[in-house]
Design a protein around this ligand. Structure first.
Ligand code: ADP
Ligand code: MG
Length: 336
């Protein structure tokens, strides 16, 4: 549901006198999806250079974490599943370490080793059946984050069983957004935004000095806003891509796999997480899909500074505790 959230004020443009901070927006295809980097600065040259650097950083990360690129370290880890540990860069090692931490707090709902089952699904709308149960059983047996063995001394990663695989589809874009932001900040951009295909992180203020915020679109009419959430500085990440799904017997399955069953999740249309960190938000959005509405909310309500908004299959909108104010507003507007 990539367009479910959009930055209403990012759409505003206007003539701005020179030497005033000006927003430079750059749409760009990265990691197989549409990104947009925004830098606000009085010098357009500085803004453009920072955006260039942000893009280069995301491309670098893509080369590191892609499981399709045979030359990536991630592919080397996968190729050596059940064979031997693979020495990797500190950066990848730490990303895996953080991924395992999220697996811990979500009780395995988030699991980068879900990728063992990836080949059984296309999620391009063409599938009309679920894969055969025996095949699902065989692949799901390979999913277990506890079998991802990290050796901090040797800096190696070992997938304990043959047939295991890891993939960063649910955390990579959030990580990339964080890194692009850091690179742009280091180049003097005090106000900006990175939209990694619906995973947003913003800092500072908008070009007119107002706080960043997001308009929440009506699930049934993307052009209609039903609520406004002030974000200030932080990340807003939405999971639930309408382009990637499975439709079987009239039931819609998301492109997110329940690591316990090996089947795609149902029941939730989209999850939006608001928190300071885009990477954590990305991982948690995916996790809530797997956990389902009730367990997902229970988890988010335990985490300080993290909020979530869920749209269920029945178009019910449910928010975490501190989102209640805005939630009331959403419900009011929906009645209009
Ligand atoms: P979106 O693509 O809408 O941003 P996510 O951030 O939730 O959605 O990422 C979905 C991707 O995460 C899937 O395409 C797949 O690569 C990966 N994935 C699927 N199930 C899981 C899971 N249980 N744990 C971790 N990653 C998953
Ligand atoms: Mg995610």
């Amino acid at each position: 549901m990539r367009n479910f959230l959009f930055l209403a004020l990012a759409l505003l443009s206007g003539s701005v006198a020179s030497a005033q901070p000006q927003a430079v927006h750059r749409p760009v295809k990265l990691m197989g999806s549409g990104f947009e980097l925004t830098a606000i600065h009085e010098d357009e040259g500085v803004a453009n250079a920072a955006i260039d650097a942000g893009i280069a950083e995301i491309r670098r990360i893509e080369r590191l974490i892609s499981s399709w690129d045979e030359n990536s370290q991630t592919s080397a880890i996968n190729r050596n599943a059940g064979i031997q540990p693979v020495a990797v860069d500190e950066e990848l090692f730490q990303l895996i370490q953080r991924s395992l931490k999220v697996s811990g707090i979500t009780d395995g709902a988030f699991d980068i080793s879900f990728a063992a089952i990836e080949k059984l699904y296309l999620f391009n709308g063409s599938e009309t059946t679920l894969p055969p149960p025996e095949e699902v059983a065989r692949s799901v047996a390979k999913i277990n984050y506890r079998n991802i063995i990290l050796d901090p001394k040797k800096h190696t990663v070992f997938l304990r069983e043959e047939g295991m695989r890891i993939g960063f589809g649910a955390i990579g874009k959030g990580y990339a957004a964080n890194r692009a932001k850091a690179v742009m900040q280091a180049m003097g951009i005090a106000n900006g935004l990175v939209n990694a295909s619906g995973d947003l992180t913003c800092w500072g203020k908008q070009e007119d000095g107002r706080e960043w915020g997001i308009a929440i679109a009506d699930p049934d009419d993307k052009m209609k806003a039903i609520a406004w959430l002030p974000v200030g500085e932080g990340a807003v990440v939405t999971s639930g891509d309408y382009e990637k799904y499975l439709m079987v017997d009239g039931r819609r399955y998301a492109h997110i796999i329940d690591p316990r069953t090996g089947y795609p999740t149902t029941g939730i249309k989209s999850v939006t997480i608001v928190c300071p960190d885009a990477e954590l938000a990305d991982a948690l959005a995916t996790s809530v899909f797997v956990l389902g509405k009730d367990n997902g909310l229970a988890l988010i309500n335990q985490l300080r500074g993290i909020e979530c908004l869920i749209v269920t299959e029945e178009n019910e909108l449910v928010g975490s505790k501190n989102l209640e104010l805005q939630y009331e507003e959403i419900m009011e507007r929906r009645k209009e």
